[in-house]
Design a protein around this ligand. Structure first.
Ligand code: NAD
Length: 448
């Protein structure tokens, strides 16, 4: 593959000048992947599918043996010589991210798609290496890490790095048009919004006791949705998209959350569930102008399923996500009743733009190639923070403000940067022999 005349500022970099990591349109952009799971592989597919660009996957890393090789083989079958990941560039281990990034040149792109506990660690090294970044959501799961990410991000901006965050609603073209219409007053001033993610148990929402043959640490990493330190639990992992796009529609972030929640079922056919998740959450978010965002989340078999979002204004309402995290079509209505007779507008997105996961990559690569500023970390951190604010309120049984969670001192996984296979798991069983779980009202200052 052609790889000529790469970076316009290579000599300036070598001379220690302010780096300008501009890539000319003719160059191969190399990509590496950290976290060879479902989404990481999906993001690599999107990277390699950016139209009319010479993009090559050159390295992959994971903490589980076998995963890097599987991803390299699967992607190689699909993309041919756009995938150049021989065995010596398939890395296994907690330091694999460094080795994968060491295969890249400044200005190339690293995909960070592990559970979010590791995001700041991997972002730190990416910035050090001068890499452009695509990182998955959530980007943080607690207050102290939000501050750490924001401070790190200043370094990324100073280095002119382009950083995309996988909150793909913002690249949903139908929602972008809806946002313009809401800002233009089509449904009046927003007074309240509603979001629902209620379905059966999904992903690693629940876990039984660890089987033999795997350490506690690796069990918790593997089933990260079950453990708060690794992911913020199902609340953060599942609900962040709807909370994100409703805040985007409103144009601000809430200042307070009041949440409720509980776990109805801790026993099942598989045994006793030892994870830290609630199966029902209900959060009322308040904005500084007093308007509300009501969010309901549930993982329960047999209960009614609803997975969509709405915004209500003084002149009508909008379907924001028709189905799922950001499903088309969006629409506006002249009433608070959804019905054809009240329809003002329904999104109609050209086929080549319907996939927001692809759109976010097309934009990222375009901004890299044309050296246009692009950094989604601040909104990613804010969305991650207010998602955690709702979760913390439900878990503690207390109202939680934006300032409280941002300035909180509970860092869920301190020392994650030095983690090895021999490290103790950040979550240890308590005196009952089980992992600590949230106890609203009884544990008021901490989630567990
Ligand atoms: N934007 C979206 O719609 C979307 C969809 C799914 C997942 N995600 C996000 O993507 C991330 C990954 O989710 P997933 O569904 O792909 O999970 P997954 O379990 O399929 O993949 C995660 C991979 O990361 C690996 N890993 C864990 N710790 C690591 C470390 N320290 N270094 C290297 N590799 C490590 C795991 O072994 C696993 O292979 C999560 O943050 C999740 O919230 C986003």
């Amino acid at each position: 593959m052609a790889d000529t005349g790469r970076f316009t500022a290579a000599s300036a970099l070598a001379a220690g000048a302010i780096p300008n990591l501009r890539i000319s349109g003719r160059d191969t952009i190399k990509v590496a992947l950290v976290g060879c799971g479902g989404r990481g592989t999906g993001a690599a597919v999107n990277a390699l599918s950016v139209p009319d660009k010479d993009i090559q996957l050159v390295a992959v890393a994971d903490v589980f043996e076998g995963k890097p090789a599987r991803t390299a083989t699967d992607l190689g079958r699909r993309f041919g010589d756009k995938v150049d990941v021989p065995a010596e560039r398939q890395f296994v281990g907690f330091d694999g991210y460094r080795k994968a990034m060491d295969c890249l040149r400044p200005g190339d792109v690293i995909i960070l798609a592990t559970p979010p506990a590791f995001r700041w660690v991997h972002y730190t090294y990416a910035i050090e290496k001068g890499l452009n970044v695509f990182m998955e959501k959530p980007v943080t799961i607690d207050g102290p890490t939000c501050k750490k990410m924001l401070s790190l991000n200043e370094k990324a901006k100073a280095k002119n790095l382009k950083v995309g965050v996988g909150l793909m609603s913002r690249h949903n073209v139908g929602m972008q048009e809806l946002k313009r219409r809401i800002d233009d007053g089509e449904i009046g001033d927003i007074t309240f919004m509603r979001g629902y993610r209620m379905h059966g148990p999904a992903a690693f929402f629940r876990s039984v006791q660890k089987p033999d043959g795997i350490s506690d640490l690796m069990y918790q990493i593997q089933r990260f949705h079950s453990f708060l330190w690794a992911s913020g639990g199902n609340f953060s992992d599942f609900n962040i998209h709807i909370i994100d796009h409703l805040c985007w529609m409103k144009g601000k972030y809430p200042v307070m959350a009041m949440g409720n929640g509980g776990r109805h079922y801790r026993e099942g056919n598989e045994g006793r569930y030892i994870d830290q998740n609630f199966d029902s959450y209900s959060v009322e978010y308040t904005f500084d102008d007093g308007t509300k965002l009501f969010f309901d989340g549930r993982c329960m078999t047999g209960a009614d399923e609803q997975y969509q979002s709405f915004a209500h204004g003084t002149k009508g309402m909008a379907i924001v996500s028709k189905q799922g995290d950001c499903g088309l079509p969006s629409g506006t209505f002249s009433s608070h009743n959804v019905g054809k007779e009240n329809l003002i507008w329904r999104s109609d997105v050209p086929r080549e733009l319907v996939n927001p996961y692809q759109n976010e990559w097309n934009v990222l690569i375009d901004r890299i190639v044309n050296d246009v500023p692009h950094n989604e970390v601040e909104s990613g951190v804010n969305t991650s923070l207010v998602t955690s604010m709702g979760r913390m309120s439900a878990h503690t049984g207390q109202p939680v403000t934006y300032e409280q969670i941002l300035n909180g001192d509970h860092e869920f996984a301190p020392g994650v940067d030095g983690m090895t296979y021999d490290s103790p798991a950040p979550l240890q069983v308590d005196e009952t022999g089980y992992y600590p779980v949230p106890m609203p009202g009884q544990k008021q200052m901490r989630e567990y």
